[in-house]
Design a protein around this ligand. Structure first.
Ligand code: F6P
Length: 319
């Protein structure tokens, strides 16, 4: 291939810029031209392109967000969207495409590959919910951001003998809540995959209080309930002095951790190599520390859920 495109799609994630840089630097070193597509599939459909040179991706490896900007495109979900995207790519001479994003973005890549445009997915989402990779780009940074917040909340919870509810991101995925909650020693972790009743949460709090525990931190993934509602119920049923923190989009920003920056370098470079070899319809991931490429179909209708043993471990250690 002589000319490839790269886009970021869906929710942004720390490390997306490092992945763009890797696609460009590896692509150019292999003799290809690399074109940036702005605002994800929306920009592909409208032909919003900009050439990316070696120097245009200088000094972005450490920056959060995405220099290409991102969007969630409804049009790409309609039957005509992928056809319009293909026509724009062909008109610009783009022969292959790297798609950095989550599972929705990969579905778009699969449609383009089926239409004859080789596309390679690079998993970039803080949710860590892509089947076929041990990690997604952005997850580690989001967990570290949440862990930092838990530790700060714990300081003030201890000083005031308070119960804190902290809501973290994850509409369908409890990965951030579980990883940050386990590493932060949370008393309870509420995630969508393995629901626990409010009775259970409150019993646990009360048992802790009877043993002399004077403060608690409860982590809630947004898909498992609203932090403010849960905090209200705890306060009403226990009388404990309760406060709520909703971490929100802070988790999506910031410089990528070393883990995310390295992952982005490895996966982005491999994606460019695959296109150079003329291979599309694939996504790259990291399994047991090896970079692997698998057919995009392999992740369709599958969801990488949190392992139950980690949930159990968090409960065992929070007694
Ligand atoms: O998919 C990433 C994610 O941050 C989810 O964890 C969260 O539920 C969602 O995106 C939030 O989306 P938006 O940025 O559109 O509010």
């Amino acid at each position: 291939m002589q000319k490839i495109g790269v886009l970021t799609s869906g929710g942004d994630a720390p490390g997306m810029n490092a992945a763009i840089r890797a696609v460009v630097r590896r692509g150019v070193s292999l003799g290809m031209e690399v074109v940036g597509v702005r605002r994800g599939y929306a920009g592909l459909i409208s032909g919003d392109f900009a050439p990316l040179s070696l120097s245009s991706v200088g000094d972005i490896i450490q920056r959060g967000g995405t220099i290409l900007r991102t969007a969630r495109s409804d049009r790409m979900m309609q039957p005509e969207g992928p056809l319009e995207a293909l026509a724009q790519a062909q008109a610009a001479g783009i022969e292959g495409l790297v798609v950095i994003g989550g599972d929705g973005s990969f579905r778009g890549a699969l449609k383009l590959a089926a239409l004859g445009l080789p596309a390679v997915g690079v998993p970039g989402t803080i949710d860590n919910d892509i089947y076929g990779t041990d990690l997604t780009i952005g997850f580690d940074t989001a967990v570290n951001t949440s862990l930092d917040a838990i530790r700060k909340i714990r300081d003030t919870a201890t000083s005031h003998d308070r119960t804190f509810v902290m809501e973290v991101m994850g509409r369908n995925s409890g990965w951030i809540a579980l990883a940050a909650g386990l590493a932060g020693g949370a008393e309870s972790i509420l995630i969508p995959e393995f629901p626990v009743s409010m009775d259970e949460v409150i019993n646990r709090l009360q048992r802790g209080s009877e043993r002399g525990k004077r403060h608690s931190v409860i982590i809630v993934a947004e898909g498992a309930g609203q932090g403010f509602k849960i905090g209200e119920e705890i306060k009403n049923r226990t009388g404990f002095d309760t406060r709520v923190t909703v971490l929100g989009h802070i988790q999506r920003g910031g410089a990528p951790s070393a883990v995310d920056a390295m992952l982005a370098c490895r996966l982005g470079a491999r994606a460019a190599e695959l296109l150079m070899e003329g291979r599309g319809g694939l996504f790259v991931g990291q399994l047991n520390n090896e970079v692997v490429a698998q057919p995009l179909e392999h992740m369709l209708d599958k969801h990488r859920t949190v392992p139950h043993e980690l949930v159990e471990l968090a409960e065992q250690l929070a007694i």
